[in-house]
Design a protein around this ligand. Structure first.
Ligand SMILES: [Zn+2]
Length: 262
């Protein structure tokens, strides 16, 4: 098992062992906690929940982006060091509008929020740089995975062959019914291999989002043996995950967190 359940400070998470063993902090939070404001969680509740995660698991408050299902990956430049005057652990820093971040700074947690979309964790243990992406179907066919790898190359000279990648829990091919518009985009992107991730059952079309991301990682040069999947469908596990599709939008958000430890 690459994703292992753990709990500290009342904050249940999955820990991604291959990345952690290589020198990262790599987490995915579980229900009942919600990490972005929405119909179920107020901004105040989210601030308290983020503070609890920071205290339990993180070296400092995380950096986040305003996610727009796009392909922009922002480098995290010099950040102010830990505030000696007791920073609010629930006050996470908003970097800008994007769906990914990249940094070579140790001890700086990146976080994205998901409820069916896939978080993609990338770590290059050779050049010691991390990137964290938010990838739904739109960002995935748009190229957010490739932009993430390119950003690591620009920041640190990363070669895709050196990258360890993990794809967090996302809505699975069991539940992710999509329309013909999505099929057309996926086929345009993957060509013949689209058959591996699109499934038609009883006249309905389903997409394997994590499988699509895995294919694109491999096409970009990340070895299959270095790509780890959670293999957990967010919609199939209401005990563990929020799911935008299953819950009809009245749902919360999990947090995916990635940092270099040292
Ligand atoms: Zn499912």
């Amino acid at each position: 098992m690459s994703f292992v359940r753990s709990e500290d400070g009342g904050v249940p998470v999955l820990r991604i062992r291959p990345l952690e063993e290589a020198g990262c902090l790599a987490l995915f939070t579980l229900r009942p906690l919600g990490f972005a404001p929405g119909p179920l969680h107020t901004a105040d509740e989210v601030r308290r929940t983020r503070a609890a995660l920071t205290r339990a698991w993180l070296p400092r408050p995380a950096v986040v982006v305003r996610q727009v299902h796009g392909t922009t990956v922002l480098p995290v430049g010099p950040m102010p060091g830990p505030d000696p005057h007791a920073p609010d652990p629930g006050e996470w820093s908003l970097l800008g509008e994007a769906d990914g971040m990249v940094t070579g700074r140790p001890g700086l947690p990146l976080a994205v929020f998901c409820a069916d979309c896939a978080p993609v964790y990338l770590y290059d243990p050779t050049r010691r740089v991390v990137a964290l992406l938010h990838a739904g179907w739109r960002g995935t066919v748009g190229g957010v995975v490739e932009r993430g790898l390119e950003a690591m190359g620009a920041v640190a000279g990363t070669r895709p062959a050196d990258v360890l990648a993990a794809i967090g829990p996302a809505i699975g091919g069991c539940c992710y019914q999509v329309g013909e518009d999505v099929r057309a985009r996926v086929e345009a992107r993957l060509g013949e291999e689209a058959r591996r991730v699109l499934d038609r059952r009883e006249g309905k079309l389903y997409l394997d989002l994590a499988g699509t991301i895995s294919l694109l990682l491999q096409r970009a040069g990340v070895p299959a043996s270095r790509v780890y999947g959670a293999g957990l469908c967010t919609a199939c596990h209401p005990d563990l995950f929020w799911s935008h599709r299953r819950d009809g939008g009245v749902t919360g958000r999990m947090a995916a967190v990635l940092a270099r430890r040292t």
